[in-house]
Design a protein around this ligand. Structure first.
Ligand SMILES: *Cc1c(COP(=O)(O)O)cnc(C)c1O
Length: 467
């Protein structure tokens, strides 16, 4: 008797096949985290790479090891070697610790595998996506009759689409951004064959308005200004209403990259910081940052549904004209991708489970932790604080350390497996960057983090640690 092929994830039989496999996955996640016992594995690439390689090889064995062995071996090794954003000392990037409920919802997306490029691959998921994008668009553009939003892989794709849509509306736009803009803006202009962006300085971390005004006066039309709400280096927010006023006065369009800061919309306490967001012709927003979704959960919101018309596309096998006329939703034009995961499922589950107040609470806790970290740094005489945080990014450095020492501290914490901190060069110096996204972070965690930096700084100064 030949053995049957391995079970599938769907229909009524899939869940029973999945249950023991998921149990193995969960055990591997637990055991791997236990072995790591920290924010990232100790030993740097010299330790991590060979260990992972041992688990991985042979990549294609002649005879398979079976589902439980494969899941256990690879997932335990991957978890042991992970930089885990759920550990409070893993705080370098906008690398979110996903909510358990969002990860659980994503399992259903994998099991059912709806593909968002045609209605016949995603009947209910299409309806879900339409409602979730409409609701998120209405959060960004309250007051507009027909706002809309696309689901993207994140800020990079959202920014690309924003520049593309501006080009389709206006012709080859000259982008004006500030020195604090995300690198994906320049790349988007390059990808789309647009002129290289004019870069306005951001000496205080935000776009300089006087120079923006000059650039708006001088630059060849059509113009697109891109502002940032939550910069990568310092988490600052450009003066959105002033920028919107200048754009209106000069007949320029405005895109706001609120990949990081956009979700502050959900917090009555912090929403005022992104006042003016709805003045933009398009807004980038990532829910895989301050939204606690597993990657990816990007959004591009626009004030009018018809702004998305340029993306309309027909492929007779997916959205034949007669099918559309007969009433089948036409989804292909909601992305440049074809096969596309139902990323709104985890978002919908999260919004429903937590509600507006639950999301606001996560945001408020996270921002409070950042303020607490800033307080602790201010109280530590051996550390300098760059500035009070606007969102949840805190830059600091040991007083009197040179930039090489700051870089060494970051790298040593990484290779010892003690902490994951980022780095940012601003104000002519290198800073350690803590980007807090973990709502479970306690004052004790923050204390531990600063203590690690402080002790390492001392060891380096006394020559106890090889550079
Ligand atoms: C994270 C981020 C991006 C890039 O987003 P991805 O989701 O990584 O593609 C762009 N702009 C800003 C301001 C960001 O914070």
């Amino acid at each position: 008797m030949p053995t049957p092929p391995p079970p599938l994830a769907g229909t009524t039989t899939g869940p029973a096949a999945l249950r023991p496999l998921i149990d193995t996955v969960l055990t591997a996640l637990h055991d791997g985290a236990h072995r790591r016992d920290g924010p990232l594995p100790a030993g740097g690439p010299d330790a991590v790479t060979p260990r992972m390689r041992t688990a991985t090889h042979p990549v294609v064995p002649d005879h398979g090891t079976g589902p439980h062995e494969a899941l256990r071996t690879l997932i335990t090794a991957l978890t042991e070697g992970a930089a885990d954003p759920a550990d409070p000392l893993c705080a370098a990037h906008l690398h979110t610790p996903p909510l358990a409920l969002a990860a659980a919802a994503d399992l259903a997306a994998s099991a059912l595998n709806p593909s968002m490029d045609s209605w016949d691959q995603a009947p209910a998921a299409s309806a879900l996506e339409a409602d979730i994008t409409a609701a998120l668009a209405a959060e960004v553009y309250p007051g507009r009759p027909t706002p809309d939003a696309l689901v993207t892989t994140g800020g990079t794709e959202s920014n690309q689409l924003a520049l593309l849509l501006a080009r389709e509306r206006n012709g080859p736009v000259q982008t004006i951004c500030a020195a604090n803009a995300h690198h994906s803006i320049t790349r988007a202009a390059w990808l789309l064959g647009l002129p290289e962006p004019v870069v306005v300085p951001a000496p205080t971390g935000v776009m300089d308005l006087a120079t923006l005004q000059e650039a708006l006066t001088r630059s060849p039309r059509p113009l697109l200004v891109t502002a940032t709400a939550g910069t990568t280096d310092t988490g600052r927010i450009d003066p959105l209403t002033d920028i919107a006023d200048l754009c209106t006065a000069h007949g320029a369009e405005l895109h706001i990259d609120a990949a990081y800061g956009g979700p502050l919309l959900f917090s009555p306490t912090h929403r005022h910081k992104i006042h003016g967001l709805d003045r933009a012709d398009s807004v980038t927003l990532d829910l895989h940052k301050l939204g606690w979704q597993p990657a990816s959960a990007g959004i591009l919101a626009v004030p009018h549904r018809h702004h998305l018309d340029p993306l309309h596309h027909r492929a007779s096998y997916l959205n034949a004209e007669d099918d559309t006329e007969a009433g089948l939703p036409d989804l292909l034009g909601r992305s440049l991708r074809t096969t596309r995961r139902p990323d709104t499922l985890k978002i919908a589950v999260t919004l429903r489970a937590l509600g507006r107040s639950g999301i606001a609470d996560l945001i408020d806790r996270t921002l409070a932790a950042a303020h607490h970290l800033a307080d602790l740094i201010t109280e530590t005489p051996t550390l300098d604080l760059y500035d009070r945080p606007t969102i949840s990014t805190v830059l600091f450095r040991p007083t009197d350390a040179d930039d090489t020492t700051v870089a060494t501290i970051r790298r040593t914490l990484l290779t010892r497996g003690h902490a994951v901190l980022g780095r940012a060069h601003t104000g002519n110096r290198l800073w350690l960057k803590a980007t807090l996204l973990n709502p479970h972070t306690t004052p004790q965690d923050l204390h531990t983090l600063l203590d690690l930096v402080d002790r390492l700084t001392n060891d380096l100064a006394e020559g106890k640690t090889p550079r």
